[in-house]
Design a protein around this ligand. Structure first.
Ligand code: SAM
Length: 377
């Protein structure tokens, strides 16, 4: 029970990571490099934001004219609706307004809009942001925010971690363009992977370093392995990977699993070879290959097609083993009743830090989840 509470608290806290300005700037610049007019005349919606201190709102408001935006809308989620409660204090920005409402401040979301010069300096910038309370709490699933979504052209945000699947479905149902942040593992979700496979969603250009505002004890949190997920085109995804042939890999690969070998290992339960590193993909192999998930950072749809993922929800494991014994790093054995997610490949050497299995007196090793790809014919 205590553990569940702790896990819940951690997952709620994960929903509150904040994005750094340079991360947003670098990524948006990559889309501009590819198409300088990508945001021109567009209405941008930033949902799941905290406009008073969000770098998303700051970036798009500061660059409103440069990007040629038509309208910027940013919405926040009511403090009392948030799963992870921080000590709440309305900002001076809010309390200094004549329409400040102490109760609404806690239970309502806010909407910030930028579309014209209100200060009379003939420029549209962050000083021209106008705000008011939303009717509801700003939940992206509410009718009110759904309506804003439908009116927007491009949606940009770092949505709550725990609702990532729902958020993606919410975007897809409206068929909008988007640039959002998610955990790299999300590519393996059964709701997300098919979209990646069909080139409806792809990874952005840069890594994301997350930043969490200090908590009550002044502690800072950072979540690793975050990526931009988008359906806005960029140049990186059209650059094919430079690769060696299979023969060149056996001769020159820097990886001990490949150099000096005569074959790539073939999976036991799927017709594909195991390629443990993206830079070890043989350029002249025409059949299916299992590659690490990080391949998606380099994926160029003109070069490769994605045919699957080694997850049981994707019908990956074709063999059903009646009995499987797992042997942990320290030699402890335990029975596993059903086949673990991920590929099992026949064991060649037993690496010390790997989990392996005995199935019907044969030894197998489990590898991480792999993306199954094939050279574009
Ligand atoms: C990961 S934070 C990102 C904040 C901001 N976009 C940024 O990157 O700086 C996610 C935000 O979504 C809010 N949130 C959580 N659940 C939500 C929901 N159902 N609807 C809208 N926002 C939500 C959280 O309270 C938090 O403010």
């Amino acid at each position: 029970m205590a553990n569940t509470n702790l896990a819940n608290a951690k997952s709620a806290k994960n929903d509150e990571f904040y994005t750094q300005y340079p991360d947003i700037q670098k990524e948006i610049n990559a889309y501009l490099d590819y198409d300088a007019n990508v945001f021109r005349g567009k209405t941008i919606l930033l949902p799941c934001d905290d406009p008073e201190w969000s770098n998303f709102t700051k970036f798009f408001a500061q660059n409103f004219e440069l990007l040629g935006l038509k309208r910027l809308i940013s919405t926040s989620y009511a403090p009392e609706s948030k799963k992870y409660k921080m000590p709440y204090q309305p900002t001076l920005f809010e309390t200094s307004q004549p329409y400040f409402d102490n109760d609404k401040s806690k239970t309502h979301g806010k909407i910030f809009v930028l579309d014209r010069d209100t200060t009379g300096d003939n420029r549209i910038n962050i000083d021209d942001l106008q705000w008011q309370y939303l009717e509801g709490d700003g939940d992206f699933r509410s009718k009110e925010i759904r309506q804003l979504r439908d009116e927007a052209d491009i949606i940009v945000t770092n949505p709550p971690f725990s609702l990532f699947r729902e958020f993606v479905a919410w975007l897809m149902e409206a068929e909008k363009q988007f640039i959002i942040i998610g955990n790299m593992n999300a590519v393996t979700y059964k709701e997300v992977f098919p979209l990646i496979k069909n080139n409806k969603i792809w990874l952005g250009v840069n890594d994301v370093r997350w930043f969490y505002f200090a908590d009550a004890n002044g502690e800072l949190y950072e979540a690793a392995h975050s990526r931009w997920f988008t359906n806005v085109d960029h140049g990186r995804r059209h650059q094919p990977l430079k690769l060696m042939t299979m023969a060149e890999n056996f001769k020159h690969s820097k990886h001990k699993e490949i150099r000096g070998k005569k074959d790539y290992i073939h999976y036991d339960n799927c017709d594909a070879i195991e390629v443990p590193y993206t830079d070890a993909i043989p350029s002249d192999y025409n059949e299916v290959m299992g590659v690490p998930i990080s391949f998606l950072d380099k994926y160029c749809p003109e070069q490769f097609e994605i045919v699957g993922i080694t997850k049981t929800w994707n019908n990956f494991a074709k063999k059903i083993y009646p009995e499987q014994i797992q042997i942990s790093k320290n030699g402890k054995t335990s029975k596993v009743s059903k086949l673990n997610d991920g590929a099992t490949i026949k064991l060649i050497d037993i690496p010390e830090d790997e989990t392996y299995y005995i199935v019907n007196e044969e030894l197998f090793i489990q590898v991480y989840a792999r993306i199954l790809i094939r050279k574009k014919q």
